[in-house]
Design a protein around this ligand. Structure first.
Ligand SMILES: Cc1cc2nc3c(=O)[nH]c(=O)nc-3n(C[C@H](O)[C@H](O)[C@H](O)COP(=O)(O)OP(=O)(O)OC[C@H]3O[C@@H](n4cnc5c(N)ncnc54)[C@H](O)[C@@H]3O)c2cc1C
Length: 177
C-alpha cells in the first residue's frame, strides 16, 4: 500500500486512453508522484449542511477502503436523510438533524479505518507469526477475532442493537413490516 512507483513503468498501457476532454498519459506524466495501491481519505469535515444543501456518501466522508464500508455508509446516510426529511418539514433543520446523526458516526469509521478497522486482525497475525503458521487457532483465538469484528460493527452501526434500534424508531418502520 502507498508504495511509490516509477511513473515511466506504466503509461504505455494507457496510450489509447484518449478522450476529448482528458488524455490519461499526460495526466500520469504531470503527476508529481505515483503510488501503487494508494490509500486516500480525508479528515472528517466540521459540517456537511449549508441551508438547503448537504453532503452524503464519499462527498461527505471519503474513507480508506477498509471493512467494505464506503457504499454501506452512503446507504445509511441516505436512509437517515430520508427519515429526517420525512419527519421534519423545515428542510435546513432536517438537514442539520441528519448531519448531527451521521457525521460523528462516519467520522468514527474514517478514524477506525486508519487503524485498519476490522482488518487489524491481519496485522496482529502478521506480528505474531511473521514466518507463517499452519493453524490460525494457534496464532489468534476465535474470541479475539470476534471481539475485533464486534467492536468495528458498533463503530460502523452494523451491530445487532443499532440495526434493531434503527428499524424500531424509523418513520418508515410500518412500510418495512
Ligand atoms: C475498488 C473499490 C472497491 C470498493 N469496495 C467497496 C465495498 O466492498 N463495499 C463498500 O461499501 N464500498 C466499497 N467501495 C467504496 C464505494 O464504491 C464508495 O464509497 C461509494 O461508491 C460512494 O458512493 P457515492 O454515491 O457517495 O459516490 P460515487 O459512487 O462516487 O458517486 C458519485 C457520482 O457522481 C457523479 N458526478 C461527479 N461529479 C459530477 C458532476 N459534476 N455532475 C454530475 N455527476 C457527477 C460521478 O460520476 C458518480 O457517478 C469501493 C470503492 C472502490 C474504488
Amino acid at each position: 500500500m502507498n508504495r511509490l512507483v516509477n511513473k515511466a513503468d506504466f503509461p504505455s498501457a494507457f496510450l489509447v486512453w484518449k478522450f476529448d476532454w482528458l488524455y490519461i498519459p499526460s495526466l500520469i506524466e504531470g503527476a508529481d508522484e505515483v503510488f501503487e495501491f494508494p490509500m486516500v481519505d480525508r479528515d472528517p469535515l466540521p459540517r456537511w449542511s449549508f441551508g438547503r444543501i448537504t453532503l452524503l456518501g464519499d462527498a461527505a466522508h471519503p474513507m480508506y477502503p477498509i471493512g467494505s464500508n464506503g457504499a454501506s455508509q452512503a446507504i445509511l446516510d441516505a436512509e437517515a436523510l430520508a427519515e429526517s426529511l420525512a419527519v421534519t418539514s423545515d428542510v435546513p433543520t432536517a438537514l442539520r438533524q441528519y448531519e448531527s446523526q451521521r457525521l460523528p458516526i462516519t467520522a468514527g469509521v474514517v478514524h477506525s479505518n486508519r487503524q485498519m478497522g476490522p482488518e487489524a486482525v491481519m496485522q496482529i497475525v502478521e506480528e505474531r507469526a511473521p514466518k507463517g503458521f499452519n493453524n490460525l487457532d494457534d496464532v489468534i483465538t476465535r474470541e479475539e477475532l470476534e471481539q475485533v469484528a464486534a467492536q468495528y460493527k458498533i463503530i460502523a452501526g452494523f451491530d445487532r442493537d443499532s440495526v434493531n434500534r434503527g428499524s424500531r424508531t424509523s418513520p418508515f418502520a410500518a412500510d418495512r413490516a
